[in-house]
Design a protein around this ligand. Structure first.
Ligand SMILES: CC(=O)N[C@@H](CCC[C@H](N)C(=O)O)C(=O)O
Length: 373
């Protein structure tokens, strides 16, 4: 059984697609799901996502399980023989693992239904712009709304067999960040007749670094990362435009508000100092991932008693996850699944150990049977 899901992971690894463009991925998932016995199964699509309900034998509640399905705009450099076939796209955040584990669970439970109903969500666009919140608002979700919900994320830093999570806050609040600067371009030899947006962008990026170090409470962590700068046209033309793209992470909503307020003040200073216009767009925001205490504690205790599993109570992480929106409405939890890769998440050489797939399917099958029978 495990080998099937390793093969499925490899198939999905070859076809990474960006948020809300997961057409081949959705077709692959549907093709597989339609090949299963349909007696207990109901399948519905939403955008590029899929809802799968497995009707229980004597349902009292519904247990939800969410897997995200999108890839990242990264050129893969792993050298594996099932390399991404999509140029500049890679499953560098493990969503191929997340999907294959979810399919492993669906496969088990269509053959061995439990008393309670199960709802699996194959959710688009976790990396952006965010599929969880709109998926939650669909009529399908309102009709099939689970009473509890579970999700996992691969963790390259832990060995296979490790489960890491915590009660309460697990992942940060996030906000994307896009700033467009417009000045006056011109000849490289006449800087005094221009307003150079390369200089303005460099100064802005440097000044943004003072927000975390000087404006945020050091005991309430925050991150401001600029991942991309673009600007200019050619080496001997002073740039009229520059664009900065990044992300803000904070452990508290209060710090998010503070970071944004300070950022706007710094941007206003750049407009004055560099005689330019700045347009700020905060893009998609994700609600923090906050684990239900009772369910998380119970799962950690259950996992700890499972052969081959080691449970770690981890610290909060500054990663973001739109699963936070689901946990805001439905009690549940998210956990890290050890996959032992020397290259981390969002790295072009991320190489998770596929033994984690079978290990996760076995643990979650037992846990869902325990909760739903
Ligand atoms: C688990 C993980 O890596 N999630 C992403 C979520 C990205 C949210 C959004 N696009 C942003 O950049 O703020 C992460 O980068 O943490």
């Amino acid at each position: 059984m495990e080998n099937i899901f390793t093969q499925i992971r490899r198939d999905l690894h070859k076809i990474p697609e960006l948020g809300f463009q997961e057409f081949k991925t959705q077709a692959y998932l549907l093709h597989y799901l339609e090949s299963l016995p349909q007696t207990h199964l109901e399948i519905r699509t939403w955008e590029t996502g899929v809802f799968v309900k497995i009707n229980g034998l004597n349902p009292r509640k519904t247990i939800g399980y969410r897997a995200d399905i999108d890839g990242l705009p990264i050129e893969e450099e792993t050298g594996v023989d099932y390399l991404s076939q999509h140029e500049g796209r890679m499953h560098a955040c493990g969503h191929d693992f997340h999907m294959s584990i979810a399919l492993g669970l669906v496969t088990h439970f269509v053959h061995h239904p439990i008393n309670d109903d199960l709802l699996f969500l194959f959710q688009p666009a976790e990396e952006g712009p965010g599929g969880a919140e709109p998926m939650l608002k669909t009529d399908i979700m309102q009709e099939w709304k689970p009473d509890m919900i579970i999700a996992l994320h691969i963790a390259p830093e832990y060995p296979v067999g490790t489960i890491a999570t915590r009660e309460g806050l697990l992942f940060a609040n996030t906000s994307e960040l896009f700033i467009d600067l417009t000045g006056k371009g011109g000849h490289a030899a006449y800087p005094h007749k221009t307003n150079d947006m390369i200089i303005a962008a460099c100064s802005l990026v440097t000044q943004l670094q003072s927000i975390v170090s000087r404006n945020v409470d050091p005991l309430d962590s925050a991150v401001v990362t600029i991942g991309k700068i673009t600007g200019g046209t050619v080496q001997n033309v002073i740039a009229e435009k520059a664009r900065i793209e990044g992300t803000i992470r904070t452990l508290s909503p209060e710090s998010m508000a503070k970071v944004k307020q300070r950022l706007m003040a710094i941007v206003n200073g750049i407009e004055i100092g560099y005689e330019c216009k700045a347009a700020v767009d905060f893009g998609a925001m994700y609600h923090q991932v906050y684990n239900d205490s009772t369910l998380t504690k119970e799962f950690m205790e259950f996992a700890d008693k499972t052969e081959g599993i080691k449970v770690i109570e981890c610290r909060e992480a500054m990663t973001g996850e739109d699963f936070g929106y689901m946990l805001k409405e439905i009690p549940g939890f998210m956990f890290w699944l050890g996959v032992n890769s020397s290259f981390g998440l969002h790295h072009s050489k991320l190489a998770p150990d596929e033994n984690a797939i079978g290990s996760a399917i076995t643990l979650l099958t037992k846990y869902i049977e325990y909760k739903g029978n």
